[in-house]
Design a protein around this ligand. Structure first.
Ligand code: NAD
Ligand code: LMR
Length: 332
């Protein structure tokens, strides 16, 4: 019997990531090749015409899994009945704007969209925040949607995770699918800590640690980390726009693994509400290694953390605490 369609919200759907993301969702990349979807696309009135253009293209593409399209500038209509919400909409930094100005615009958007989701989304709605500052927007959304279970509110660090796998695959000249269990700790910002201490590569003679195969701790502890941390900025420099196709693809990976589960023995990185694991202060949205099963993520426990990692994990937690304080000061 055919499955019932799932309603998927994409905010900021007329933007660059939205344009890359909605066809992926309509093709089944996010929820599976047998899962029909109804796309809910939200943007703001100045982007309404462009949003309608995206709707026209979705119709023109005749996606077999796409059972309906809601394209709207009304946040209540957009949120009604959705089971997955991908929050891409936000205010980009413009010339001359301070970090606090951007934070102030975005946290007030996330505060009001939290209320709309809480009141109108499906009770089990899974939320992924992509828009920057992603961790802090997700935290504000969580705080202002107290009836949505905290486990249902996450932010995107899968792009950073995939970037780390990609860098290792390039370095070792292996397939990216043979590399697994890199970890992104902390903030989706340049303080994130990409950690390969537990990562492995599948080789003809079995699974080997990345550190052993790379055999260059100096590179792993410096250039590798800064390349992943700075990759977003490098894309902006090259494209004059921020990453879009890789962000959209990683958002699909995040939701797919969350809903359908991670492969046995594989963990992925997700920004989730900290419960104090690994000494990370509770009450932050922090990126951890997780496994997913039955529609729930679980933080991978018990990984040994060396002193080098500890310092980097603490530094990114510190930045998130500061962002949290700044976000609250913007809401006052
Ligand atoms: N977490 C990640 O890995 C990651 C990666 C890349 C980009 N990003 C972030 O994703 C966000 C989107 O990037 P983009 O390149 O698509 O930007 P964009 O400017 O092309 O698109 C953003 C869209 O959001 C819309 N928007 C603004 N306010 C809105 C609101 N209140 N409700 C609904 N829509 C609203 C805009 O009209 C625009 O269409 C940015 O914040 C970017 O920094 C995050
Ligand atoms: O938009 C940015 O600042 C960069 C983006 O978050 C990215 O990681 O590509």
């Amino acid at each position: 019997m055919a499955k019932e369609p799932v309603r998927v919200l994409v905010t900021g759907a007329a933007g660059q990531i939205g344009y890359a993301l909605v066809p992926m969702i309509a093709r089944g990349v996010m929820l599976g090749a047998d899962q029909p979807v109804i796309l809910h696309m939200l943007d703001i009135p100045p982007a309404a015409e462009a949003l309608n253009g995206v709707k026209m293209e979705l119709l023109d593409a005749a996606f077999p899994l796409l059972k309906g399209i809601v394209a709207t500038t009304d946040v209540v209509e957009a949120c009604t009945g959705v089971s997955v919400a991908v929050m891409v909409g936000g205010f980009p930094r413009k010339d001359g704007m301070e970090r606090k100005d951007v934070m102030s615009k975005n946290v007030s958007i996330y505060k009001s969209q939290a209320s709309a989701l809480e009141a109108h989304a499906a009770p089990s709605c899974k939320v992924l925040v992509v828009a920057n500052p992603a961790n802090t927007n997700a935290l504000i959304l969580k705080e202002f949607a107290p009836s949505i279970p905290e486990k249902n509110i996450t932010c995107l660090t899968r792009l950073d995770h995939n970037r780390a796998l990609g860098q290792i695959a390039e370095k070792l000249n292996v397939q990216v699918t043979d590399v697994r269990n890199a970890i992104i700790w902390g903030n989706h910002s340049s303080t994130q800590y990409p950690d390969v201490n537990h990562a492995t590569v599948k080789t003809p003679s079995g699974e080997k640690p990345v550190r052993e195969l790379v055999a260059d701790d100096e590179w792993l502890n410096t250039e590798f980390i800064s390349t992943v941390q700075q990759r977003g900025a490098a894309i902006i420099k090259a494209r004059k726009q921020s990453s879009a196709l890789s962000a959209a693809s990683s958002a699909c990976d995040h939701i797919r693994d969350w809903v359908l589960g991670t492969p046995e023995g594989t963990y992925v990185s997700m920004g989730v509400y900290s419960d104090g694991s690994y000494g990370v202060p509770a009450g932050l949205i922090y990126s951890f290694p997780v496994t997913c099963s039955g529609g729930e993520w679980t933080i991978v426990q018990g990984l040994p953390i060396d002193e080098f990692s500890r310092k980097k994990m603490d530094a990114t937690a510190q930045e998130l605490s500061e962002e949290k304080t700044l976000a609250y000061s913007c809401l006052n």
